[in-house]
Design a protein around this ligand. Structure first.
Ligand SMILES: *Cc1c(COP(=O)(O)O)cnc(C)c1O
Length: 463
């Protein structure tokens, strides 16, 4: 993915270091709709606005750093997925990407289902009124308490991840006098990221039960024998930030192979197949994600074709997008604190947050873009690295990007596409207080997750 660039006339043009950047956009003030939430634009003064509100006003009211979420965009994307998959398929939003009670209500209203993978996420979903039968419970090591709570609440499905869990869930259901719908999560030997996928026989990872060596078939065999379990289908999740659908073809082929074996051995045609999430979004202008309707069409064709080949009834499909729904809907608003040019290298721009509110760059070498948000500028582009305020040199938010050369302390900058896996993975490193999530819609802003305070931090420290 390394792209070197020799942009026309930027500062430092003759000394561009190695990096993952592309040439600066012709107009640094332009906001590429691919990476920004739907209602983002600039007002007559050049200030970035979202949902009709200027970021300068949001910063004044809610402080920085802050995650600013475009509610209309979230609902648009949720609805687009729902509509694309129609009534013959289910869309489960993966709550781990970002979950709050407001989000649960939006999902409920837009007709989506919800994936949770911990007691905390389940509690959030239930407390916001998501009907339990529309919740799927995931995780590779659910505690007995979590299992009991999920069964008792009546979640629509528990996704079983190990042989121990088959027994544990069956036991919990039987002791509550229930029959729990379950899917069995299998690993099909496909790992997909961005533009490539790797298909192997075995998969070296903690999730799922391997299809290889007949382990998954054995899991189905055991689960079918237990009164407490209603085996409704097979689950497979192959990766993240995926743009190329061919990994799903191999995965579906292998899952359908299992469905066929199950039919041949037990005379049972399992009714559902869940293909997981992992669909990619645009973090920079170089990314070209597919639209939900294209994804729905591709997945449905793949599964139908495979099932026809195996002479199976086509099962009901479900998918679990997290990033693809919430990722593009939010940006992080920061205030610039220091600007430090390093001759022949780049300019380090320090903001008032960092790896505590966005760990993805440090953790995954993720790429982001950034824009000057509190004004426009005609200054020459300069190559920058946006860094945080933490005591760690890997504390990088945006590794390589261009910002106007007159950037100064006090300017607001915004990093788009931070809706997924930023607030949900945020930490208190250096006793940073996690930023708020401010939802904006139709000219009104409201805090849906408030900023942490020193009091919050000290409350946990019981001396
Ligand atoms: C993480 C995860 C998802 C969501 O992944 P995205 O990349 O956010 O779409 C869906 N299903 C399962 C089982 C997951 O672990």
């Amino acid at each position: 993915m390394s792209r070197s660039a020799h942009p026309a006339g930027p500062r430092h043009a003759d000394v561009l270091p190695e990096g993952h950047y592309t040439a600066p956009a012709d107009d640094l003030n332009a906001l590429d709709p691919k990476v920004w939430a739907h209602t983002v634009g600039r007002d007559a003064d050049g200030v970035v606005t979202v949902g009709g509100i200027a970021v300068t006003q949001l910063a004044e009211e809610y402080g920085t750093p802050a995650y600013i979420l475009d509610e209309a965009d979230f609902r648009d994307r949720a609805r687009a997925w729902r509509t694309a998959f129609g009534t013959d398929a289910d869309v489960f939003y993966a709550g781990k990407a970002f979950l709050s009670r407001a989000v649960v209500r939006w999902l409920d209203e837009e007709g989506l289902n919800l994936d949770v993978c911990s007691g905390g996420e389940l509690a959030t979903a239930l407390s916001a009124g998501m009907p339990a039968e529309r919740i799927a419970f995931h995780g590779n090591n659910k505690s007995p308490e979590e299992i009991e709570r999920a069964v008792r609440a009546g979640v629509g499905r528990i996704v079983l991840d190990s042989f121990q869990e088959i027994v544990r869930v069956a036991h919990a259901a039987e002791s509550l006098g229930k029959r729990q719908p379950v899917q069995i999560r299998v690993t099909v030997g496909v790992e997909a990221h961005t533009h490539e996928f790797i298909a192997t026989a075995h998969e070296d990872q903690k999730f799922g039960i391997p299809l290889a060596d007949g382990q998954a078939a054995e899991a189905v065999r055991r689960a079918l024998q237990l009164d407490g379990l209603d085996v409704i289908g097979i689950h497979s999740h192959i990766g993240s930030q995926i743009f190329d659908m061919s990994g799903f073809e191999v995965a579906a082929h292998r899952v359908v192979g299992l469905l066929k074996d199950v039919r041949d051995e037990h005379g049972v045609e399992l009714a559902e197949i869940d293909l997981g999430g992992g669909l990619g979004i645009a973090y920079t202008s170089d990314d070209d994600p597919r639209e939900p309707h294209e994804i729905a069409k591709a997945l449905s064709e793949i599964v139908t074709r495979e099932c026809e080949g195996a002479r199976l009834r086509t099962p009901r499909i479900s998918v679990e997008p997290g990033r693809a729904i919430v990722g593009p809907t939010a940006f992080t608003l920061y205030e610039v604190g220091t600007v430090k040019p390093l001759e022949g290298l780049r300019t380090y721009v320090s903001v008032d947050g960092g790896m505590s509110d966005n760990i993805r760059t440090a953790l995954y070498d993720a790429e982001y873009s950034v824009a000057l948000a509190s004004r426009t500028s005609d200054a020459e582009p300069m190559l920058v690295r946006v860094v945080g305020k933490h005591c760690e040199s890997g504390d990088i938010v945006v590794k390589d990007a261009f910002l106007p050369g007159d950037l100064a302390p006090g300017d607001l900058i915004a990093v788009p596409a931070t809706g997924a896996y930023c607030r949900s993975m945020a930490s208190n490193y250096n006793h940073a207080m996690r930023p708020p999530v401010v939802a904006v819609r139709d000219g009104a802003a409201r805090v849906i997750v408030r900023r942490e305070t020193e009091e919050d931090l000290l409350r946990l420290d019981v001396g």
